[in-house]
Structures are given as C-alpha cells and as structure tokens.
Design a protein around this ligand. Sequence first.
Ligand code: DLL
Length: 433
Amino acid sequence: MIWNKEAECMSREDREKLQLERLKETVARAYEKVPYYRKTFDAANIKPDDIKSLDDLEKLPFTTKTDLREAYPFGMFAVNDEEIIEVHTSSGTTGKPTVSGYTREDLEIWGEVMARALTMALADKSDRIQNCYGYGLFTGGLGVHYGAQKVGSTVIPISAGNTQRQVEIMQDFKTSIITCTPSYALYLGEVLKKQGVDIEDLNLKSGVFGAEMWTEEMRNEIENRLGLLALNIYGLTEIIGPGVAQECPQKNGLHVFEDHFYPEIIDSKTQESLADGEKGELVLTTLTREGMPIIRFRTKDITALKRDKCGCGRTLVRMDRITGRTDDMLKIRGVIVFPSQIERALLKIEGLDPQYQIIVTRPRHLDELEVQVEASPMLFSDEVKHVEEVKNMIERKIHNEIGLRVNVTLVEPESLPRSEGKAIRVIDKRKFD
Ligand code: DLL
C-alpha cells in the first residue's frame, strides 16, 4: 500500500518542478518574514529572485542549531503568534533547546508525511499502533499519533516507559505495530523473553524505530526477538519531527519525503555539495513549512543519497541509515546530550579538576552513561568526607544539568589519559557502523 501514490511515485522531472516552485515560495517568505534570513541573505548578497533553479540553492547560507538557539524561543517563526497552534522542542533537557512552531497547515503536513511513513511500514485501518515514543515536547509521540490517526489505525498513546504495562497492553490489545527507539525495542524483546512470552502469541507485524542510531545487526536482533519487520524512521525537531524519511520493506535506505523536505549532502569541512552516493553531512530545507521555514539546515548527521529505482515503486530519493555525526552529540536513551554539558556540571564543583571521561555502553540494550572523574583530595571538604557522598554529589550535579542519571566513578588522581591534542572525552562502546 502506498499512502499518496501521486506524491510518492511521480517522475523525477515533475517532482523537481514542484520542488523548485515550493523552494522559491519558501525562500521568498523566509526573507520577507524572518529577520534572521533577511540578515544572512543580505550578508551573502543574495535576493530571493536569484533562486532560478534547484542548483541555485547552493548559493544560500546554511542554518545551524546555534542559529536556531540564538533565536530562542520564537525568533524563527514566519507567522503571527495567532497562527502557531503547537510547539515542540529538541530532546536535550537543559541549555536552550531549539523550538519548532507549527501552524494548522504544518500539522496537516506532519500528519501526511507520518501517514506515508506508517503506511510504508504496513499500517492500515485495521492496525493497532502501540506508540511508545514519549508524548510531550519531544516530537516522537505526537508525530506518530497524528500520522496514525490520519491512516485511521487505532493509536494506543501509551508513551514511553513502564515496560510491564507495555507488555500487558501489547498482549491484551493485540498490538500489531509498535513505535519506539530501537534500543527500547531490544529491551522489550528481552523482557518478553524473560517473562516467557512466546512471540507467536503476540500479534506484532512491524515496528517503526528511530530517533537514534542503530545498525543492521540490531535490526536482526529486534526482528528475531519481537517477531516483526523492523523499519527505520528518521527525523528531527528543527525540520518537523519524525517523518522526514522512512524505510520501506525493501530495507534499502530511507525514502525522503522530498516534496516537503529537500535533501543535500555536503562535505562538512569544505561545505561543498557532494554527488549522489557520496557520504557526507545531510543538509535539509523545508519546502512547505509555514510556521518555521528552515533553509539549508546542517543536521550534522552522516549519510549518502541514492536515486536508483526502488522495488517498492516509490520514486522518492533514499538516504542510507545514519552512520555517525560530524559533532560530538550523543543520544542517550533518546535524549540529546553534549559532553560539554557534563563538563559544565563538573566545573561547577569546587575543588574538582575537570579531568573526566564519559563512557557510553549498552548493557542489556539500554544506554548507560558512566562518568569517570579523578578524586582529588580537594574534593573532600569538611562537609563531604566519604567517597560515596562525593560520588552522589557529582551524580546529582550532572543529573541537574542533563536530566539523566549517570554513574560516577571516582578514579585515582592523574590516572585518566592525558592527551597532547584533542582530549578524548567520550568512549562510545555502542557500535553503529
Ligand atoms: O529524534 C525525531 C524522531 C522521533 C525521529 C521519533 C524518529 C522517531 P530530535 O530529538 O530533534 O528528533 O533528534 C534528532 O536524532 O539529528 C539524528 O542525529 C537522530 N536521529 C533521529 N532519527 C534517527 C535515525 C527526533 N533513524 C536527531 N537514525 C537527528 C539515526 C537518528 N539517528
């Protein structure tokens, strides 16, 4: 089943015509309504009328997460407040998040692309979709929700967490499609096994997993454990949320909904465009967004585009699964964490020499974050005398900063590796390549 055959299967020529038309409108509106774009276009000496072909997009300046943060909270909106009917933020827990604002039409489009994504993952009216992405400011929960309702499936808005309840609902409601992060899917599989649940007794058909990096090996594990077809969904708050791209059952890359989001791949060092098939940083431009048009957003996600024919019949360009980032952003249990946030927390602690190392592991399929800190004698003040107290205090400070629990290990002074160049602060033992 294809949700929107016309949009998903049109010829490349027709689609490019549509993209150009929409690009021109977007650029003109951004320039007219958003001071940030006016400023950057003027600085680059570009006027909206200079965009005459899709290749001209390259002339436009990039937009970064920092630019969006500087416009916090609503500086990137291109419409009056009255027209914005919903907001979401990126999933980091502290620091200024990036805000995304939606008009009624934007929510309509979000529902449309999510309906396409879910249909690609075999959803129809007869399905019960257990949506275990978090509801709230995170885009995962409501994004899937809008798409599921558009398709007409029954959405079970259970949100994240409470694994026991997830298992019960999955059994009692005969859930046929599950949506969550891939690491949570693996964990669910483990819990099912432990509880002796036979997957033959479940009704699972497919799963729509994303919001963090995962691998082919993880796909195999999830499919075996849950007895379903595991497909990859990609998206980001700044652009719309989930529903920028989705894998079809051919499992040969994620179809980008390019009539709404225009993808480019650049070399992140030279910022030059790369050809199809070449691996680089994904850059996205919204083509239909009203509330917050985004031009040439540097996602920092690494992938490549391919345009060869897909067996499913869709002509939408495909992107490879994300294999890395150009920065040090980590996603821990679906939440964005930058090592600098941990450093900031450590620097607030008196007497602490900020020699630290962050170790990310995935024991039993859920991310764990360990922070090793050198235990200098200075840390032990009159009030805190014991190792356990110091450890708890540091864990609390980090928790306040990033909103996640971490394990702090105090190690001998001067025992962490010193580096002569760039310090290696993060050891990510999860494998994504
Ligand atoms: O994670 C939106 C989403 C929700 C996508 C549910 C899929 C499912 P943010 O919290 O803003 O939005 O994080 C966006 O997450 O730039 C990638 O680095 C990473 N990411 C998202 N999907 C994937 C994926 C949501 N399928 C950031 N594979 C992005 C790898 C992903 N990384």
